[in-house]
Design a protein around this ligand. Sequence first.
Ligand SMILES: [Zn+2]
Length: 732
Amino acid sequence: MTRQAAVALFALLPFSSVSVSQNVPASTSPANFPAPPSSVFGFHDFSAQARLDQTFLAVPDAKLAGEELKELTKAPHWASSPEDYATAVYVANKFKAAGLETEIVPYKVLLNKPVHILIEGFDNGRKIMSGPTPEHVDPKVDGGDPFQDDKRILPAFNGSSPSGDVTAPVVYANYGTPADFKKLAEMGIPVKGKIVLVRYGDNYRGIKAYDAQRAGAVGVLIYSDPADDGYVRGDAYPKGPYRPSTGVQRGAVQFLPIYPGDATTPGIASTPDLPDSKRIPADKIQSNWPSIPVNPLSYQDAAPILQALGGPDTPRPWQGGLPFTYHTGAAEGGKVTVHMNLQMDTKLRTIWDVIGKIPGTQYTNDWVVAGNHRDAWTFGAVDPNSGTAAMLESVHGLGVLLKQGWKPKRTIVIASWDAEEEGLIGSTEWVEAHPDQMKNAVAYFNTDVGVSGPNFDASAVPSLAEFIRQITREVPSPKGGTVYDQWLASQKANLGRHQGRPEHAPTASVDQVHVGELGSGSDFTPFLQHDGVPSTDIGSGGPYGVYHSAFDNYNWFIRNADPTFVYEQQQARVFGLEILHMADADILPYNYAAYGQHIEHYIQAASARATQSKLQLDFAPLEAAAKRLTAAGSAVESRQNMAGSDATSLNQTLRATEAALLIPEGLPKRPWYKHAIYAPGEFTGYEAVVIPGVNEGIDAADQARTQTQIGRLTEALNRAASVLETAAHNPQ
Ligand SMILES: [Zn+2]
């Protein structure tokens, strides 16, 4: 899964008429490289690094990335399958060939696999639908799809759904948000005892299941409406990039905002030898998995049910793209019923992370970790293997540097995660297995969907926003100029992932790229939100309607995303430079003045919301703590620019500042999440909630809880400020 893709569901823009194939961009070579900057934050003298960067940038190869993508996606490779293991071996061999110390690390984790899925719809007892219909497009139209008949494609299902056999009347609940369920209650349409039909989009699917279950539903069906990623957006595959009628979005419905990773081992690693006594039994994981059956549907299968529904017209914004008026379903009785029979084989299964290391020479314990998941719901050409192919080309570049005698100052760890789709499992278990190393990890660089189109975008903690901007100024874009130039242009044209959210930006500058916030939905979550490792997440987007379907395959990719793999090459270069700069910087390039300014802005926004909600809260000490952090960040910046012999202690102090932003007791109701500034929203899932303790207290209109959370955040900011002040006031 990926937050990027989730956002894309409702942020996709009607620009599908702009086909990449009309103007295929050419590969960029050293002749196109921008002149390297004369100075870069974190380096005393950038000239040597600039030469290294140029050598690196020349290596990632578009054609090779294409070959790697083709190999990785030749078969469906659901986590724990033999085909998934084959991709682990392939990636491990690539790591070894580049000179990385490589191991395949297994974990044993709880996964559900569909054995039998039956969904039947009835109108007054008459059968109107029997599914699921296999994903299929006409092979004779627009070239068809060469991958769709692969027998290894699992039936469309939701990860973390229990088995179940229920028959009940149906209610349509739009996107299944808290506001949607509230609206149904106001309309006098009870959800209790019903099967809830909701559409994908707006929030994380696990939250739809969470809210439906809390409202008393006995089952949930989640379908893809053509208004959200189908023909209303543009031509459907194979003619265009959008979801065809039989396309289904698989995906986890784990309660990710409570904790990610293996449901049986929150906070500890699911190593193969972990005794069962240390695990939560599979029948006692209700805080993390739904207790009611949940399954996805195509709109072809959902339409007959939706069309037959009685009851009142829905509120007009609930109307999707199907050619009839949407109704909610009847308040009582209900002539439309659905029979859901899901039989899951749920057990501990082995998954495989691939970990490659390049030992550092100077700061061996300071790990720079970079990763991408490898497992896919089906073929995973975009999600995630466009990221894997690019990462392999980044590794290719690091390998060339190693052969020329380069050694990084800090230890580099490259990770190919497994079972991300089921709930960030491979990354979470690995992070939980390395608590001491995570205290020294200086950065985690994530990519998930590496390339679904030509529009680069990035999210990061604010301390690394300028770091990522700087790097994109060194990399050429296939569109001309630098990646930074094109990123800024696409943001001005509102094509990026982060449009329309000015409340998160402290300065509405039109001349500087806005770097997004990290919510969840990918593997940075355990690093940042459990252990406070400063993180970034990068990728290049475009119209992408086949997310988590059988059609996310190599054929879709070369027709829609990146036919010449030049954005793969670009992605490999940006990802690789992130690793190189962080591994070799003299002084860690964290900008805490920028971080403090962001936090001040978050606090102002929260304070205004509290006033609107008529909550009586004292924000003054919190505002003072945030200002103190900004001031300490500014003071330490000059030390970062001039430190010499004391670099080691300054670096330790800088890393300790991020750790000081962890709240030891964690967030209310979800102690696994410890970061004071960023968390996945309890009711949004993938979307970031900033200063989550405070903002979710305000959402709950809980004055006492919010005041407590203001206190904890104040302490965290003062802790971080005081760590920085030690460095700022303690010259060599
Ligand atoms: Zn993914």
